[in-house]
Design a protein around this ligand. Structure first.
Ligand SMILES: [Zn+2]
Length: 208
């Protein structure tokens, strides 16, 4: 984005499904800022423990040092006022309060770069990403490649039996899928299958 340096702040959002390279893109932009000797701070939710507690690690194992936070309020408390560029990974886990915070920071002249999942495992908007997209100055919607058919993929397919909104994981638990191959009911069907199996086992155990 070609913005004049100085006191003008702005908000960039990189969204898309899992395996679309969001973290890689976030890391790439933050590195460019570090190379230009800008003051950079990076935050990610504590919830996301995969690979590392104090680094953002993309699926291809590029990494950048980060600070773990639970909420937008914690992020604000850890912010150094001299920081010029603020990165946030997995912003969908940080709650609605992140939205007014990033707007305030942009108004103060900070550049904020946010990465996150725009839809959940059922294909529904994953709040607060829609709100962040609405307040953003610039949006990048990244696509993955469908692991079933090779077409461009916008969905995150959950492969395991769970109907919880948040199940943190990576390879084996999720797949990128295109519109045609996406099966939003798969997780619910797996849960049902497990329950039927448990009942059958209970019945056969009772019959012995
Ligand atoms: Zn497909």
């Amino acid at each position: 984005m070609n913005a004049m340096r100085g006191n003008l702040g702005w908000i960039e959002v990189v969204c898309g499904p899992m395996f679309s390279g969001k973290s890689e893109e976030l890391i790439r932009r933050l590195r460019r800022a570090e190379i230009a000797r800008q003051r950079v701070q990076i935050f990610k939710p504590i919830l996301d423990h995969r690979y590392s507690a104090d680094h953002i690690v993309s699926h291809d194992d590029t990494r950048i040092r980060s600070e773990a936070v639970n909420t937008a309020a914690e992020m604000e408390a850890k912010l150094d006022l001299r920081t010029e560029v603020i990165g946030v990974d997995e912003a969908q886990f940080l709650g609605e309060a992140i939205v007014p915070l990033v707007v305030r920071l942009a108004d103060m002249g900070k550049r904020i770069i946010i990465a996150g999942l725009d839809t959940d495992y059922l294909g529904r908007p994953f709040h607060p990403m829609p709100e962040l997209l609405a307040v953003a100055d610039e949006i990048t919607k990244a696509l993955a490649i469908c692991m079933q058919c090779g077409n461009p993929a916008k969905h995150t397919q959950r492969l395991i039996a769970s109907e919880d909104l948040i199940v943190v994981g990576a390879a084996g638990m999720y797949e990128a899928r295109c519109r045609r191959c996406f099966e939003p009911n798969l997780a619910a069907e797996e849960v049902q299958k497990n329950e039927v199996q448990k009942k059958a086992e209970a019945v056969s155990a009772g019959a012995k």
